[in-house]
Ligand binder design. Structure first.
Ligand SMILES: N[C@@H](CCC(=O)N[C@@H](CS)C(=O)NCC(=O)O)C(=O)O
Length: 225
């Protein structure tokens, strides 16, 4: 059994968070790459390390750990050597945004994506009807809520400085939030404010982020906003 941290990485996915983190921290690691199928789902081999079949997963000390938030917290606490820690004044922001990213924001973004996918995948003849229905639901239900999220994030970024917890380097909250904002920016950037876009681009400019892209291969959310 290898004693090196192993990152199970799926293209165009949340596992890019983990590659960015380990590159920032300088943690030795290996990558096992998985490719999405034509249906955009993960290949069945990922089920060997995660019964739910999704990425990311890490293998460390003979144990598999899925769930990106858990992985980010685990790696920072086990391998961080004091790095990626928020200043005391930013502890609550770090905690809040680390969990908000997957618990509140991603479900809204996934819902929006599904509402776009349903008409696109429907039989040609009923597509216009479904488009009209789902666009109406989206405009009335999802977009006003996403606007609340976008405004809250923008307001926070107006006051926190470069990184969410107010320190001089990214913390768990940033590793978690940047992926959400990249995915959001890729599908409907118009709601995102200027500070939010600059924040994502700041992450993209970091040498460790660029090294992570080289290690991970295809990642369709890497474009600046
Ligand atoms: N909350 C989980 C979500 C995991 C997840 O949905 N991963 C996506 C990639 S971004 C995935 O593996 N999708 C392909 C599939 O489920 O087949 C996490 O943060 O790790």
């Amino acid at each position: 059994m290898s004693s090196t941290l192993l990152i199970h990485h799926l293209n165009d996915s949340r596992s890019q968070r983990i590659l960015w983190l380990v590159e920032e921290l300088g943690v030795p690691y290996e990558v096992k790459r998985y490719e999405r199928g034509a249906d955009r789902l993960a290949p069945k081999e990922l089920k060997e390390v995660n019964p739910l079949g999704g990425a990311p997963v890490i293998t460390d000390g003979g144990r598999n750990l899925p769930e990106s938030g858990a992985i980010v917290e685990y790696i920072i606490s086990k391998y961080g050597e004091g790095r990626a820690q928020p200043p005391e004044a930013g502890m609550l922001d770090n905690l809040y945004f680390t969990h908000y990213s997957e618990a509140s924001l991603m479900p809204m973004l996934v819902q929006q994506l599904i509402f776009k996918m349903i008409p696109a995948q429907a039989p040609f003849l009923i597509r216009p009807l479904l488009n009209a229905i789902f666009n109406k639901i989206s405009a009335g239900f999802i977009e006003p809520r996403l606007k609340l999220h976008a405004d809250m994030i923008e307001k926070h970024l107006e006051k926190c400085g470069d990184w969410i917890a107010g320190g001089s380097e990214p913390t768990a909250a940033d590793y978690m939030m940047v992926f959400c904002l990249e995915a959001w920016g890729n599908s409907s950037p118009f709601l995102l404010g200027p500070k939010t876009k600059a924040y994502v681009n700041r992450a993209h400019a970091r040498p460790a982020y660029k090294r992570a892209l080289e290690k991970g291969g295809e990642y369709k959310y890497a474009g600046d906003l």
